[in-house]
Design a protein around this ligand. Structure first.
Ligand SMILES: Nc1ncnc2c1ncn2[C@@H]1O[C@H](COP(=O)(O)OP(=O)(O)O)[C@@H](O)[C@H]1O
Ligand SMILES: [Mg+2]
Length: 321
């Protein structure tokens, strides 16, 4: 069965109806096979002036041949801008993360990756643009409220309660995520600890953990909040190649459990190998978006970021099409 996605009109996701999701009657329509029109389903939205924002996803969804696979964004940034004084750290960045997707975000140091993450989780309030999570406008929301809606981030610099055990650290995540009763919070923490292979470390002080175990603890604490979307800021920093393989397997496992991920990573082998799509930031602006291979071959990206290293970062075996 083939599926066509046909633009019918340009409709802003921010004008009426549920923000960020347009239905067949108002934006895009889904058609199966010959002339049979299916009932309206939520489909990839179409921004005014940015009709091709999600073009790479159309291909992926259409190829699958299943209407149920039509991609729906769970998180959308629309023209997000952020300044520190007169310095523009983020400039009108738009992108969407689809449910079940791993989206890589790359860019040189100072490109604005961490700042954009902080805008999404409410640490910074962007002065321009909108951020929609699961249909809700979270642009000016407080961080703890955003966390309770199901968005969590891990930090580049490992932040944990050093004098607390692994279990207690993860319990803090479960409680912070809105699980206010101790018993279900403890159950949730125990489940996440087992899921991430930290059971043997559960009663150890977090300060005594190895670097890879501490990185897993970061993931565990974020997951224990009940996150539907995880933002990972260089979670593989400090790992050796063997440990990176283990971390990648863990991220796949988290995605398979139903969580969507945005992965900021400097280790090109990792981000190129695991991401469904990649966006590239440079000087606070998005300069490219596409599959890992498309991004690696984009002249602007090569010029701005990858430079001479292009051959070494994207061999046919590590770079997803
Ligand atoms: N709190 C801050 N105050 C002033 N400038 C900042 C602040 N945080 C980040 N910046 C600046 O914003 C730019 C983007 O930083 P950052 O988001 O950390 O980049 P990346 O994570 O891509 O390395 C950098 O030039 C950085 O110096
Ligand atoms: Mg950073």
């Amino acid at each position: 069965m083939s599926v066509d996605i046909q633009p019918q009109s340009e409709v802003s996701p921010f004008e009426g109806g549920q923000p960020g999701v347009s239905e067949a009657k108002s934006g895009l329509a889904v058609r199966s096979g010959g002339d049979t029109w299916l009932p309206p389903v939520p489909v990839v939205l179409q921004y005014v002036n940015e009709p091709l924002l999600f073009a790479p996803l159309y291909d992926r969804c259409i190829d699958s041949g299943a209407v149920g696979d039509v991609c729906v964004p769970i998180l959308e940034c629309h023209k997000v801008s952020m300044s520190f004084g007169a310095f523009s750290a983020i400039r009108e960045v738009s992108f969407a993360l689809n449910g079940g997707e791993i989206l890589g975000m790359i860019g040189p140091n100072g490109a604005g990756k961490t700042t954009l993450f902080n805008c999404i989780i409410g640490v910074h309030h962007p002065w321009g643009g909108r951020i929609i999570f699961n249909g809700a406008d979270i642009t000016a929301m407080k961080p703890h409220k955003i966390c309770r809606l199901g968005l969590a981030k891990t930090s580049q610099i490992m932040e944990h309660f050093r004098t607390m055990t692994v279990f207690e650290n993860v319990l803090v995540g479960a409680l912070h995520g809105g699980q206010m009763n101790m018993r279900p919070a403890r159950e949730q923490a125990a489940q996440v600890i087992e899921f991430l292979g930290l059971k043997d470390e559960s009663d150890k002080l977090s300060a005594s953990l190895s670097v890879p175990a501490r990185r897993r603890l970061e993931l565990a604490r974020a997951l224990a909040t009940g996150a539907k979307v995880l933002l990972l800021d260089e979670n593989m920093a400090g790992l050796n190649p063997h440990e990176i393989d283990g971390a990648l397997a863990l991220l796949q496992k988290i995605r398979d459990s139903g969580c969507s991920l945005i992965v900021v990573e400097h280790i090109m082998r990792a981000v190129m190998g695991i991401s469904d799509r990649i966006i590239v930031l440079n000087y606070g602006a998005k300069i490219a978006e596409g599959t890992p291979r498309e991004v690696a071959e984009n002249p602007q990206v090569i010029e701005a970021y990858l430079g001479e290293r292009r051959q070494s970062i994207c061999t046919p075996t590590v770079c997803r099409e």
